[in-house]
Design a protein around this ligand. Structure first.
Ligand code: GLU
Ligand code: ZN
Length: 472
């Protein structure tokens, strides 16, 4: 039977690296297996969920090209969860809890003071009908708690990645499955949906490990077969602390804005907990679908490394055909590219790309601006171009400029000019660079000339000579 797996983000923030990896692994597994990949937005927490976060997560997944086969919003399914909570109430497997947050907090403090586990103390477990009626009459809206069976508290389950996971004693009293506003909690909605959606395998990160026994008790209470559970390792920052904002861009949105390619992000995410065992590091999406295997998943914590991502991004950038590079770079170019001929743009991006790791760096690279339009020569550059042999050098270059200027044509030209003017070659290179780019350093000059072409080189040299006042 084909697997049915899901990614179930809560829209309470951006899609972060950890969530994106969970999504990717589920997606890869489904795509490999002819299975079904479900996207389920867990937006029942009305106070913390925001529409803009849902949109951001959906956009980020689209950008990563992790396409889903089915999409659900839990907020569309509230009556369903209510029905199932009712069913548990009827069976006596759940009960209303009228405790207020203040009362709960006070009793929690008491338990702590007495050295007890600060779990729910079961206060409302045995309320009589009359007591319930009194609370209701006093206007209290109850939450609904699941009655955790005593024998369930020492629990083990078999994790399909980790093998047997055993909990000696879970510090969980009867937990809330429906809040006093009538919305379900995560564990309840998750179980109902994983069941209703026919999920065969729940693959998620280690931080949910302690939810799994609660969910298994719920399956038992409903009389349902539970899916199989597998928990991935956590992702840490390079300092081996829990990944957070301190570690730089950790949301997919931020990585996108910084000019990372989706294929590089996917590549890096895949390697955060999976290793092909062949030493290969650069993978296309298709290669990943072919090579990925849960059997090679690593359970040790994984280090998210922006330097590694930058390296991968470079590799993927270098592989793009020039047209594709332009398409990807376009949104980052802004004004720099305005009015520039397409051929020049293609050649310039191609020439600058070995020097950069991200599309933002490409767009902001000083060499790019210089290749796209004539520079404004700063006063000190003008002064230098007017002094000593510089004007003669530029004149001599102009006089000898061939009709077409390939990358190999510059060296002989410079040599000839140096001989003619009687200066070292470096002086010729320097004057030319200043006149063409307005800066004393930058990419290989022969490449600058090849991208600009003979006509543009001529125009810029004439401009530099004019500015220097000779024809004024
Ligand atoms: N909404 C939960 C989260 O974002 C889903 C956890 C799960 O996969 O069950 O952490
Ligand atoms: Zn209570």
């Amino acid at each position: 039977m084909a697997i049915r797996v899901r990614f179930a983000p809560s829209p309470t923030g951006e899609l972060h690296v950890g969530g994106a990896r969970t999504a990717l692994y589920n997606w890869l597994w489904a795509r490999q297996d002819g299975g079904v990949f479900i996207l389920r937005i867990e937006d029942t927490d009305l106070a913390r969920s925001e529409r803009r976060f849902t949109e951001g997560i959906v956009d980020a997944l689209r950008w990563l090209e992790l396409d889903w086969d089915e999409l659900y919003f839990q907020s569309d399914r509230l009556p369903l969860y209510r029905r199932y909570v009712e069913a548990l109430l009827e069976k006596g497997l759940a009960y209303p809890c009228f405790c207020t947050p203040d009362e709960l907090a006070a009793r929690r403090r008491d338990r702590l003071a007495r050295g007890q586990i600060p779990e729910y103390d079961g206060h409302c477990r045995r309320l009589t009908e009359a007591e319930r009626a009194r609370y209701l009459a006093a206007g209290r809206r109850p939450a609904i708690r699941f009655r955790v069976p005593e024998e369930a508290k020492a629990t083990a389950f078999s994790d399909f990645l980790r093998g047997e996971v055993r909990f000696r004693r879970l510090t969980t009293g009867d937990f809330v499955i429906q809040k006093s506003d009538g919305t379900p909690t995560y564990n309840l909605a998750c179980v109902v949906d994983d069941h209703e959606m026919g999920i065969t395998h729940v693959l998620r990160a280690e931080d949910h490990l302690s939810n799994t026994p609660k969910q298994i008790w719920l399956y038992e209470a409903f009389g349902w077969e539970s899916p199989r559970f597998g928990h991935l390792s956590m992702i840490l920052g390079p300092d081996r602390k829990k990944l957070s904002k301190r570690h730089g861009a950790t949301s997919v949105e931020a990585l996108r804005a910084q000019g990372f390619l989706p294929e590089a992000v996917v590549n890096h995410l895949a390697l955060l907990g999976w290793s092909p065992g062949t030493g290969q590091e650069v993978f296309t999406r298709d290669e990943l679908v072919g090579a990925f295997s849960l059997r090679q998943v690593q359970l040790s914590p994984q280090v998210y490394d922006l330097q590694k991502l930058r390296w991968l991004n470079r590799q993927h950038l270098l592989r793009l055909p020039p047209e594709e590079l332009l398409a990807r770079a376009r949104p980052f170019l802004g004004g720099v590219a305005a009015g520039v001929a397409r051929d020049r743009l293609l050649a310039a991006l191609d020439a600058v790309r070995p020097a950069i790791a991200t599309l933002t760096e490409l767009a902001a690279h000083p060499d790019l601006a210089v290749l796209l339009r004539p520079p404004d020569l700063p006063p000190e550059v003008r002064a230098e171009l007017a002094a000593a042999a510089a004007p003669r050098i530029l004149e001599a270059v102009l006089a000898r400029l061939p009709r077409s200027l390939g990358r190999d044509d510059l060296r002989p030209l410079v040599q000839a000019v140096a001989d003619e003017v009687g200066v070292p070659r470096t002086h010729v290179f320097h004057a030319l660079r200043l006149a063409l780019t307005g800066r004393p350093e930058g990419m290989e000059l022969a490449l600058v000339c090849a991208v600009l072409g003979a006509d543009e080189v001529r125009a810029r040299l004439e401009l530099a000579l004019e500015g220097e006042g000779r024809h004024g």
